[in-house]
Design a protein around this ligand. Structure first.
Ligand SMILES: [Zn+2]
Length: 417
C-alpha cells in the first residue's frame, strides 16, 4: 500500500498549474488534464471502475455503500487538482526533511533557507518529517495534500473492506483562479453533503466565508484645455478620489482582520475625461454586507448631487455568499467534521472565519452543503510551502472517521431522525 506522503510527492511532480490568461471555461490550462488522468487511472487501479474525467477536467468517482450501510447519507469529498499561477509549479522536486528545529536549508546550492524566525509555527513540528520543496517552486500541497489524503483514505477503506455509506469523490480544476465550482456537476456528483479538503493546519476547519460583491464605478468627466477650463472642466480623476473619500478609510483589507469586513479598491485608472474604479466588498455578516453595498450607492448618489446626474455610474454585482447562512440550519454536518477530527486525535479542533470564499461556498449555494476541512499544507502559494507527514496521516484518519457509520449515525442521522 502507498503512504500518504508518497502520494503527495508523486502528485506534486505533475505540472498542473491553472492559468489566469489561459483558455476560457475549464480547464484554463490543458496540462491540468495530466493530473486528472493520473487520478482516474489510480482510481481504476483501486478497483473503482466508474471513475472518469469529463470534458471540463473534473474527476468524479463513486464508492457505493457497503452492505448494510445503504441508509447512510452520501458524503462527498472534494479537492482541487490545479496549483496557483502565483508561483511556478513546474519541475517540482519534493523532498522529505526531518525537522530538528531551527532554520531549514531547502537548497544548499542556491542558498534557499526557510527561517524559523519568519515561520514560528514550525516550532510545532520539531521532531517530525516535513514534505518540502527544493526552494525553487511551490510544493502544491494546496491542494494535492487534500487529494493525497482522500486517495489514501479510499485505498485504506477498500483494502480493509471497512463499512461506509455511499462516498462521492470529486477533483476539480481551476480552483485557484476562481472557477473550480463553475462546471461542477452537483446533480451527477450525487452527494447529500460534502467537504472540501483545502484548508491549512490539520487542527483547523472552516465553515464561514465572506459575503462578496464587486462594485464597478464609472466616472464621467469633461476635458478641456487647462488654460481655458474655468467653470467648465470636470476632472474624472479628482472625482474618483472624492468618491473614494466618501468610504470609511479604515475599512480596507490593510486595516481589518477576523470578522471585520472591508471595501477594497483594486483597480483605478483613467484620465480627465473618464475614470474607472473597481472595488470588492466583503463582510461575513449579511446585514453588514447589505449596509456596505448601501454605503457605496449612497456615495454614488452624493457624487451625482454634487456634479450632476450621470457623473458616477455604479454597477454592483454579488459574487458569492457566506456558506454559514445556509449551514447554520444544518450544523450536524459541521459537528460531524469536528467529531471526526477529535476521533483522529486532534484534541482541540479550531475553526476560523475564512477571509475569502471557497469552492465549497459556491457549491453550498448550488445546493451541496460543503464546509472546508484541513489538508495539512502550510505556507501555500510559495516556495516555503510544506506539509508535515504526521499531519497528513491525521488527515487520512479524519476522513476515515468522517465516513465511519458509527459517527455518521450518531451525529447526522440522529439529528434527521
Ligand atoms: Zn487550495
Amino acid at each position: 500500500m502507498d503512504r500518504v506522503e508518497q502520494r503527495l510527492m508523486r502528485y506534486a511532480k505533475v505540472y498542473s498549474e491553472s492559468d489566469y490568461y489561459g483558455q476560457s471555461g475549464t480547464p484554463s490550462a490543458q496540462r491540468e488534464f495530466d493530473m486528472a488522468h493520473l487520478l482516474v487511472s489510480e482510481l481504476h487501479a483501486l478497483g473503482i471502475d466508474n471513475a472518469f474525467c469529463d470534458a471540463h477536467c473534473y474527476v468524479y468517482a463513486t464508492l457505493p455503500a457497503t452492505p448494510g450501510c445503504e441508509h447512510l447519507p452520501a458524503i462527498g469529498l472534494i479537492a482541487h487538482l490545479d496549483t496557483t499561477p502565483d508561483m511556478t509549479g513546474n519541475h517540482v522536486k519534493p523532498q522529505i526533511i526531518h525537522y530538528e528545529g531551527g532554520d531549514i536549508v531547502l537548497n544548499q546550492a542556491e542558498n534557499i533557507v526557510m527561517e524559523a524566525a519568519m515561520f514560528p509555527e514550525l516550532q510545532k513540528f520539531v521532531g517530525q518529517d516535513l514534505v518540502c520543496t527544493d526552494g525553487t517552486t511551490l510544493l502544491g500541497a494546496d491542494d494535492k495534500a487534500g487529494i493525497a489524503i482522500i486517495m489514501q483514505a479510499v485505498e485504506e477503506l477498500l483494502a480493509e473492506q471497512a463499512p461506509h455509506g455511499k462516498l462521492c469523490i470529486g477533483f476539480t480544476p481551476d480552483e485557484e483562479i476562481g472557477r473550480g465550482a463553475s462546471n461542477f456537476d452537483v446533480a451527477g456528483f450525487g452527494a447529500d453533503f460534502a467537504y472540501t479538503l483545502d484548508g491549512g493546519d490539520i487542527t483547523d476547519y472552516e465553515y464561514e466565508t465572506f459575503n462578496a460583491a464587486m462594485a464597478e464605478v464609472q466616472v464621467s468627466g469633461f476635458s478641456i484645455h487647462p488654460g481655458t477650463a474655468k467653470d467648465k472642466m470636470k476632472n474624472a480623476l479628482l472625482m474618483a478620489m472624492e468618491f473614494n473619500a466618501l468610504l470609511p478609510a479604515l475599512e480596507t483589507p490593510g486595516h481589518t482582520e477576523g470578522y471585520e469586513g472591508f471595501f477594497h479598491l483594486q483597480e483605478l485608472h483613467g484620465k480627465v475625461e473618464s475614470a474607472r474604479m473597481v472595488y470588492i466588498i466583503r463582510d461575513h455578516s449579511m446585514e453588514r454586507f447589505l449596509q456596505r453595498k448601501a454605503t457605496v450607492s449612497k456615495a454614488a448618489k452624493q457624487m451625482n448631487r454634487r456634479y450632476g446626474e450621470g457623473t458616477v455610474a455604479l454597477r454592483v454585482q454579488d459574487q458569492y455568499y457566506n456558506m454559514y447562512e445556509v449551514l447554520k440550519d444544518h450544523m450536524e454536518i459541521v459537528a460531524l467534521a469536528e467529531a471526526a477530527m477529535k476521533a483522529a486525535g486532534i484534541a482541540h479542533p479550531t475553526h476560523s472565519p475564512i477571509r475569502g470564499g471557497t469552492d465549497g461556498c459556491m457549491l453550498t449555494y448550488q445546493g451541496l452543503l460543503c464546509p472546508n476541512l484541513p489538508s495539512a499544507g502550510h505556507n501555500a502559494h510559495g516556495r516555503f510551502e510544506y506539509a508535515p507527514v504526521e499531519s497528513l496521516r491525521t488527515g487520512v484518519k479524519t476522513v476515515r472517521h468522517l465516513v465511519s457509520p458509527a459517527l455518521v449515525e450518531s451525529i447526522v442521522l440522529k439529528k434527521e431522525g
